[in-house]
Design a protein around this ligand. Structure first.
Ligand code: TYM
Length: 331
């Protein structure tokens, strides 16, 4: 049976990108694999949340995991910081992670550009922590969106480097997993290529958004003055909206608006109203389940405790073996 590991940063609510890029695959994978899904709260410290915010964000993601159908009986659901073995493996991997390769990482270069006043060491070593998350359970498959592919490549590098260095065949080299289709990328509403929370709040629709919030965001989505000639290719921002329509609306609706576009008769206001309605219909059941779970602290506490115990068991075994391989042996 394959071992599957994946995580989501605890930066508040899940957006549609997280759901389609990751969670939906987690839900499918928990049926037939040995799965570990966690909330990456160590990772979220790079942006310095307050203790109250950190706690609330972790709770929110746990609620959303469960509302999306992750089942603590089928998969191990846990909070990253409940498993300190991860931090030890991170330290050990950092000994063989080189400045050049870490600096070349696209996500690091992006952070230097977007937050020049907070380029901390953990941003540089983000890929080694992520590698530790994955290989601590000796994972084979990692369900993630396209934006994480480079991090996975680095995870394979660190895993195989460890094996080579100590002459062992210990860590498997994990691959991104996506059920055979291309990895899904959910575009942003701001004209950007991917829906992302950190870039722009208005770019992302959250599973928890009210119908009113969804309508406001969709109505504000970036469009243009409309096509001037029939059958022209769509600019990126327009393509994004049509992609969302393809995912959330019926194929008739998609065809209808696509034909209007090709005839230069499109009215973006009508299209957006329809899209907002269809997204609302899609997310409503999630929102309702979240409202119930949010109130059930006893249940959430139990899920987190059981998950932590199972995850620690697997992580502690790896750390014991890794220490032995490295040469930390008892006197
Ligand atoms: P994060 O929290 O940014 O995103 C969580 C998951 O959602 C996917 N995703 C998307 N997929 C499609 N379209 C989008 N617009 C979109 N936006 C986000 C991401 O690819 C990801 O799968 N570093 C990770 C968290 C992490 C992790 C790990 C993941 C920490 N350790 C170990 C896997 C394994 C992150 O920041 O994802």
């Amino acid at each position: 049976m394959d071992i599957v590991v994946s995580g989501i940063r605890s930066t508040g609510n899940l957006h549609l990108g997280n759901y389609f890029g990751a969670i939906r695959n987690f839900v499918k994978m928990q049926e037939e694999n040995h799965c570990y899904f966690f909330i990456a709260d160590y990772h979220s410290l790079t942006t310095h949340p307050t203790p109250a915010n950190l706690h609330q964000s972790v709770k929110t993601v746990l609620v959303e995991f469960l509302a999306c159908g992750l089942d603590p009986e089928k998969a191990t659901l846990y909070i990253q910081s409940d498993v300190p073995e991860v931090a030890e493996l991170y330290l050990l991997l950092n000994m063989n992670a080189y400045l050049g390769e870490l600096e070349r990482c696209t996500s690091f270069k992006e952070k230097i550009r977007t937050q020049p006043n907070n380029v901390n060491a953990a941003l540089l070593t983000y890929p080694t922590l992520m590698a530790a998350d994955i290989i601590i359970h000796k994972a084979h498959k990692v369900p993630v969106g396209k934006d994480q592919e480079q991090h996975l490549e680095m995870t394979r590098t660190f895993a195989s480097r460890f094996n080579r260095m100590y002459g062992v065949d210990y860590f498997p080299e994990p691959v991104a997993y996506n059920f055979g289709q291309e990895l899904v990328k959910i575009p942003g509403l701001d004209g950007g290529q991917k829906m992302s929370k950190s870039d722009n709040e208005n770019s992302a629709i959250f599973l928890a958004d009210s119908p009113e919030a969804i309508r406001k965001k969709v109505m504000k989505a970036v469009t243009d003055a409309g096509p001037t000639e029939p059958n022209q290719p769509k600019p990126q921002a327009i393509e994004n909206i049509f992609q969302l329509l393809q995912i959330f609306s019926s194929s008739d609706t998609y065809t209808h608006f696509n034909e209007l576009y090709n005839r230069c008769e499109i009215r973006y206001g009508d299209l957006k109203k329809q899209l907002a309605e269809d997204i609302t219909t899609y997310t409503r059941p999630f929102r309702e389940r979240m409202e119930d779970l949010e109130r059930d602290d006893v249940f959430l506490g139990r899920v987190a405790k059981i998950g932590a115990e199972k995850a620690r068991e697997s992580a502690a075994k790896t750390i014991r073996e890794v220490r032995e391989i490295i040469g930390f042996r008892s006197m």
